[in-house]
Design a protein around this ligand. Structure first.
Ligand code: G3I
Length: 377
């Protein structure tokens, strides 16, 4: 058995090595059929993607091969959030999440669950709870039912999402208002009891800002001191061409990892458009009006910007590779530029180019640069 494992592992590496050698820049559109980012980065970390409903159910026929080839960790972009999976007290919708597991199992990919406790896209009945006992019971039912259903099949969960504000204080979500900060430890305890094998993460955006970083570190230490199991911190990477700096990203990875937890780079995309009102992160309250001035690439991405995007992706993957021992997974927030939420945030209706695949599912220069970090070609 061990002999067989060693041999098949060796064979996969032979294929990957061959792919690396034969993949020069002008051939990036013709990659070997079954080898993708997930294979190149297999020694370092998982390569994930958020999948929308059409992708999960296989309706996006033109993307299914790409998804199978490139990623070995899938996250539902929306369908496992409470408003979809648990819309009212006695109603759970598992159809689409179940399909996500079927797809992942068919493709040999893992599933990362997003998300058990989040103030946004929250079912109305939870949003309206005022009584602490009712809230505790509801969180217990919610986590037991959802995490319990996928126990043993899921790799990891975002147990709590976006609980910290930019200044480092705890967000005054309905959970905080009704239960105080105890809801954080409760959520991790419930998730660990419902599924002792899944890795449990705290996930948030703007994680490179100093004040927020200190707040997250304070919060995670408290959860640890309370004896709860917390395995990782997810740094949502809704970043821009110039910001955050590599130094800020690296400092944050190191400081979070010093808590003794794994680091996942989650929700990676790089916004190439002008940034009205200097929006960072993913605070959906920060919207701006559409105008031609802030939507300059409607007809296509100029080569200079395409190259800047490729360099930015190369730089951040070099950094991720440098810290491969700390990083468990890098997940892109979407598959191709056309699917990305960044076409609608912080301005609705723009044409953005934040991912590695274009609107026709062709790999962009950025894809090649990310491969180059591994291959040196
Ligand atoms: O499902 C409806 C559809 O029926 C309707 O026709 C359509 C019209 O606009 O809207 C659809 O719902 C949209 C939904 O995405 C599914 O596409 C919502 O309007 C839209 O607000 C929602 O946006 C999602 C956003 O979370 C909501 O907060 C994005 O797709 C999703 O990428 C985004 O993901 C979040 C992470 O969960 C947490 N971190 C930040 C990240 C970006 O905001």
């Amino acid at each position: 058995m061990n002999w067989f494992r060693t041999q098949s592992h060796g064979l996969i590496w032979l294929i990957v090595a061959f792919a690396i050698i034969s993949c020069s820049e002008d051939k990036v559109g013709e990659l070997p059929a079954d080898v993708g980012l997930k294979d190149y980065y297999a020694p370092e970390f998982l390569i994930g993607a958020a999948l929308n409903r059409r992708q999960i159910t296989g309706e996006s026929t033109e993307q299914m091969d790409l998804i199978a080839r490139e990623y070995n960790s899938y996250t539902a972009e929306n369908d496992m959030k409470s408003m979809h999976i648990h819309p009212s007290r006695d109603e759970y919708n598992f159809d689409v999440p179940d399909k996500l597991f079927e797809l992942a199992e068919k493709n040999g990919a893992k599933v990362h669950g997003h998300t058990l406790i989040w103030h946004s896209q929250l079912s109305r009945f939870i949003r309206e709870i005022e009584d602490p006992d009712e809230m505790r019971q509801t969180l217990t039912d919610h986590i037991n039912t959802i995490a319990g259903r996928y126990a043993g099949r899921i790799d990891s969960w975002d147990v709590v999402n976006e609980a910290v504000e930019g200044d480092g204080s705890l967000r005054e979500s309905v959970f905080y208002k009704v239960l105080g900060e105890d809801y954080l430890t409760l959520a991790f305890d419930l998730a660990a009891a419902a599924d002792p094998t899944a890795d449990l993460y705290y996930n948030d955006y703007s994680m490179t800002g100093e004040a927020k970083r200190n707040g997250v570190i304070r919060m995670v230490k408290k959860i640890q001191e309370n004896g709860a199991k917390i395995d990782g911190i997810g740094m949502q990477a809704h970043w821009h061409l110039e910001t955050p700096t590599l130094e800020e990203i690296e400092t944050s990875i190191l400081e979070y990892a010093a808590l003794g937890v794994k680091i996942a780079i989650t929700e990676l995309d790089i916004d190439v458009l002008p940034n009205p009102r200097n929006v960072s992160g993913a605070d959906i309250g920060q919207r701006a009006e559409l105008s031609d001035e802030i939507n300059p690439y409607k007809e296509g991405l100029p080569e200079s910007v395409n190259e800047a995007l490729a360099r930015r992706y190369e730089d951040i993957f070099r950094l991720f590779k440098k810290h491969e021992d700390l990083i468990s997974r890098v997940t892109f927030w979407g598959v191709n530029d056309g699917n990305s939420w960044k076409n609608n945030f912080p301005v609705r209706g723009r044409t953005n180019y934040p991912l590695l695949f274009d609107r026709n599912n062709k790999p962009k220069k950025a894809y090649h640069q990310v491969l180059q970090v591994k291959s040196g070609v």
